[in-house]
Design a protein around this ligand. Structure first.
Ligand code: BGC
Length: 357
């Protein structure tokens, strides 16, 4: 009897799971046939932003622009992304918005698209030696500068600045051009301070694919190899920051200044509870709107709107629309909530409600 009950439960769960998969598939393919714009998102592991922010805000921007669209996610596989790009071309896409998984696979997708008369916009990540018509992103060096400056400010506030703190760096994926730009930004702040002896340079490592789980292992090793002697960490995004925070908590260590990026609900929870001292917020709706406007001009002609610079992809200068990031600390943590970027109820839930009063 008990066994039969359990089987019934297993079967019910399986049916529910199948329904979920079906719903998810329906969601991705709803607009797929004859979509004018195809968005290729990278994964769900490196940051929650792609599904929680980019997908809905891009959908809203394309709806507003009156363009048909499809949005798919490669789940971290460059092979899948290649297939998704081919599918988009078959379905009649005129423009592909690409968030590449690395420049090599991205450039291959772009060459194939352009050969089929399909234009490409590099969305958020620049594809080196690619074929994109436009690049839409944020000022990514500035993103890194905010992180470095955030670390400096927090070390000053806690009085540790004058004690030659050891600062560690947890960089993003070595295959993501943005990660290189972020590092360029924070190193422009931190390097002079290492050089003049204000800070001691601690371990400095890249995290393959921005994998948060790998980041945890890497940071645990950093603590191990230094005997916990790390007083601040420049972590390149909120996922990596949370890995650092989890490792500190697991060792019963006290909070130290940690930076982040993406203004995720989890990142803001870490800010208000005092575990993360900086978060770089990038208002994705601005990025999505800029991409939609450029897609319109590629499809319908007319002057491209929002172009404010040119960025080298290593072979050519790519006309670019770069938005401005915002530094978030305990003082202005409500900003992404007020903007409607994340929900107050997601931040102020459970144990975190006490910090929201
Ligand atoms: C994006 C970040 C994101 C990271 C991991 C970067 O290219 O700019 O917002 O956190 O990728 O997905």
């Amino acid at each position: 009897m008990l066994l039969r009950k359990r089987w019934a439960l297993v079967a019910a769960l399986a049916v529910a799971a199948l329904a979920l998969v079906a719903a998810a598939t329906a969601k991705t393919t709803k607009h797929a046939a004859n979509a004018e714009v195809a968005v290729l998102l990278p994964d769900t592991q490196s940051s929650v932003r792609w599904e929680t922010a980019d997908r809905p805000f891009l959908a809203a921007a394309f709806k507003k622009a009156g363009l048909s669209y499809s949005i798919v996610n490669a789940q971290g596989s460059a092979q899948t992304q290649q297939t998704q790009a081919e599918q988009a071309i078959t379905n009649g896409a005129k423009v592909i918005l690409l968030v590449n998984l690395d420049s090599g696979s991205g450039a291959a997708i772009e060459r194939n698209a352009v050969a089929h008369g399909v234009k490409v916009i590099d969305y958020d990540r620049l594809t080196l030696h690619g074929k994109a018509s436009y690049y839409v992103s944020f000022d990514n060096v500035k993103v890194g500068q905010f992180q470095g400056q955030g670390i400096v400010n927090c070390l000053k506030a806690s009085g540790v600045y004058s004690q030659h703190p050891v600062v560690a760096e947890l960089n993003g994926a070595p295959t993501d051009n943005n990660a290189t730009l972020f590092k360029q930004g924070y190193d422009s702040v931190l390097k002079p301070l290492y050089k003049n002896g204000t800070f001691k340079k601690g371990p400095d490592q890249w995290v393959p694919n921005w994998d948060n789980q790998k980041a945890l292992t890497i940071f645990e090793q950093m603590l191990q190899s230094t005997g916990n002697n790390i007083q601040a960490v420049d972590a390149a995004n909120d996922g990596l920051a949370n890995a650092v925070i989890s490792a500190l908590k697991a060792r019963n260590l006290k909070p130290i200044p940690v930076s982040g990026q993406d203004a995720t609900s989890q990142g803001i929870q870490n800010i208000i509870s005092g575990w993360q001292c900086e978060d770089t917020y990038k208002p994705v709706p601005l990025e999505a709107a800029a991409a939609a406007k450029l897609a319109i001009s590629l499809i319908k002609g007319g002057k491209p709107a929002g172009i404010n610079g040119k960025v080298s992809d290593g072979s050519r200068m790519v006309p670019s629309a770069l938005e401005t990031p915002i530094m978030i600390t305990k003082k202005n943590w409500q900003k992404p909530i007020k903007d409607g970027y994340i929900k107050r109820s997601d931040v102020c839930s459970g144990d975190y409600a006490q910090y929201c009063k």
